[in-house]
Design a protein around this ligand. Structure first.
Ligand SMILES: Nc1ncnc2c1ncn2[C@@H]1O[C@H](COP(=O)(O)OP(=O)(O)OP(=O)(O)O)[C@@H](O)[C@H]1O
Length: 259
């Protein structure tokens, strides 16, 4: 579905992403992990054409990303960003409704079905009681969930999410990832929490300093050695006794502090 080959992005003469090759299959849930500044957001920006590649190529559905119109791209790919835009002086319902735009004829009016779709998307992210509230007055986590509802309404084939769990409490982190999984579309998500990444992603791409250090199933990528090398922390990696997913436990410096 999505294929990147030798993707390279440089800015001000500095190479930020260097020779990245990977693919994401239909319905796959892929996590992009790596330390601060590794290039996760820059990579996602290349995948929705906010960053123009310096060299290499990205194909979506066997067509170069550059060959899509903006509207054509929005019909295929939805994006949920780390910091939702704050310029919206609109209600939550207005913001969510924007998700319908790419798939509606230009200058058409909203139908009752559109209204119902907005309400259903709001319900999925537990914002039904906030629909008339101004978007800007939502909490960080609520804004994030509204942007996810907008993306759901877009009915994309690929969902790109840049740190979607950033502002969310632990229950909503889990719910957002489960919701994204339940859509049964391809998802590429950048994520800091390695345990969530291991639990929800089919495959992981581990970035460090703009290069892919490892990619594959969580068990192959999240090895003790690789985590220690890239994140520079001591960890213990085992299998969770209940869900059999990888479990990463960090050395929180107890020894150092005599605890
Ligand atoms: N437009 C830009 N101009 C200059 N430098 C940039 C630009 N965009 C990104 N960078 C640099 O590229 C590097 C990677 O940034 P990026 O935001 O992609 O990292 P990240 O892995 O998403 O980090 P974080 O985990 O902190 O969000 C950083 O050093 C950043 O300063």
């Amino acid at each position: 579905m999505l294929k990147a080959e030798k993707l390279t992005w440089a800015v001000d003469g500095k190479t930020i992403l260097d020779d990245l090759s990977f693919s994401v299959g239909s319905g796959e849930f892929v996590g992009v992990i790596g330390p601060n500044g590794a290039g996760k957001s820059s990579l996602l920006r290349c995948l929705y054409r906010k960053n123009q590649l310096t060299s290499g190529m990205v194909e979506f559905a066997e067509q170069s990303l550059n060959d899509y119109t903006m509207r054509g791209l929005a019909q295929k790919i939805a994006v949920v960003l780390q910091e939702p835009p704050t310029r919206f002086e609109l209600s939550v319902a207005d913001v969510i409704r924007m998700g319908l735009t790419p798939n509606k004829p230009l200058l058409s009016f909203d139908t009752l079905d559109d209204q119902k779709a907005v309400e259903e998307a709001a319900e999925q992210v537990e914002l039904s009681d906030k629909l008339e509230q101004e978007f800007n007055s939502l909490s960080g986590g609520e804004k994030q969930r509204a942007m996810i509802a907008r993306a759901i309404l877009q009915a994309p084939e690929l969902l790109l999410m840049d740190e979607p769990t950033n502002h969310l409490d632990v229950r909503h982190q889990i719910e957002v990832l489960e919701l994204a999984r339940s859509l049964n579309i391809s998802v590429i998500v950048s994520i800091h929490d390695l345990n969530l990444a291991a639990a929800y992603c089919d495959r992981l791409i581990l970035l460090n300093r703009g290069r892919i250090v490892a990619q594959g199933a969580p068990e192959l990528v999240l090895t003790k050695q690789q985590i220690q090398q890239v994140f520079e922390v001591n960890v213990h990696v085992d299998q969770h006794p209940f869900n059999r997913k990888l479990r990463i436990t960090y050395d929180l410096g107890g020894e150092k502090h005599g605890r």
